[in-house]
Design a protein around this ligand. Sequence first.
Ligand SMILES: NC(=O)N[C@@H](CC(=O)O)C(=O)O
Ligand SMILES: [Zn+2]
Ligand SMILES: [Zn+2]
Length: 427
Amino acid sequence: MLLKIINANVLDESGQLQLKDIYVRDGMIAEIIDAGSQGQTNAEQIVDADGKLVTPGFIDMHVHLREPGYEHKETIETGSRSAAKGGFTTIACMPNTRPVIDTPETIELVKSKAEEAGLVNVLPYAAITKSELGRELTDFAALKAAGAIGFTDDGVGVQSAQMMKDAMALAESLGMPIIAHCEDNSLVEGAPVNEGEFAKRHGLKGIPNESEAIHVGRDILLAEATGVHYHVCHVSTEQSIRLIRQAKEIGIRVTAEVCPHHLLLAETDIPGLDANWKMNPPLRSQRDVEACIKALEDGTIDMIVTDHAPHSEEEKAKGMQLAPFGIVGFETAFPLLYTKFVLTGRWDLSLLVQRMTADPARVFGLSAGRLEPGAPADLTIVDLDKEQEVDPSTFASKGRNTPFGGWKLKGWPVATIVGGKVVWQEQ
Ligand SMILES: NC(=O)N[C@@H](CC(=O)O)C(=O)O
Ligand SMILES: [Zn+2]
Ligand SMILES: [Zn+2]
């Protein structure tokens, strides 16, 4: 099966756009040649990108698909469709489902549901501890054999240093990474928002920066001691970044991710007690936002992830104190970052694309994330000129929980190709 994508605007190594034709054979990129020149013939299907941007499919290494157990929030199918609509072709899903993904059987279930959906590549993480309770390690070897790509208790921090050290030593012996939600519960206790101005004004308990950074610091020392690849989830504070930067400088195997909302919003932007602005970690100070942006720019933070965390409207209606943490992310990530960082001149387009494709692929050893012969034909076509307001009622996700409703953005994905198959296309 030969697919030909013509008139694709592709970023070259120096970050310049070049008009190319891309040939896809058996799900892989076969050839990339100057647009209109003679390549392999007899394409069975032609997609005309019409001069639009074509990038490697976006990769999101931190998402919540909610299945099994919370199908009212999202399913593997609706989550996969939402990802495809956002231009994502590979997503790594978190194990904080019900039951928790802590057995080979639940890993198998996720894989088979993802295959049934047949939309994007879904890579499952398995829990570090049984039921994410922090008491007993899961069977890492069996989970790896079943297809887990790493271990994490995302949703909660591993509170015991000894438990984390044992997990790291075991993961390292299997050549697997530990992915950490960094949060010291003793410093948080029921707080719904950042410790700062907003909490003070509304009489709410605050989540201090140290609750994240203390785990980052602890775990970096444990990663040094065990030699494991240690990856920090949703970095949100200046202090965590300082620790990660120092650790990288002395050669400790630490990598990190940041979410669009922590690059774009500070606690001072929260309009009121609307739980669509409640997520974990919380929106921090402007100073933390700037530190996150700088860290992503200089590579201290390796990649962008959405932490797509759908919840139902009823759950989010419970208010700032009682509603669950989390916001959806797939369908707004690229337009948000393109509009707010590329169109404003702060970033080159190539930096944004790299942090959403090649960098996550490098860190997690994936074959996707690049546009070259031999790579999987996972591609995203983006209309950089298309301008549209964020309208949560049109989301493919079951979740409508976003603080970005009504934002006017440019740079919308219009088609997503996975393994040479068009899995989503703007109508
Ligand atoms: N990020 C969130 O606010 N929520 C996530 C959990 C998590 O990522 O820690 C969720 O599962 O809803
Ligand atoms: Zn988390
Ligand atoms: Zn998460």
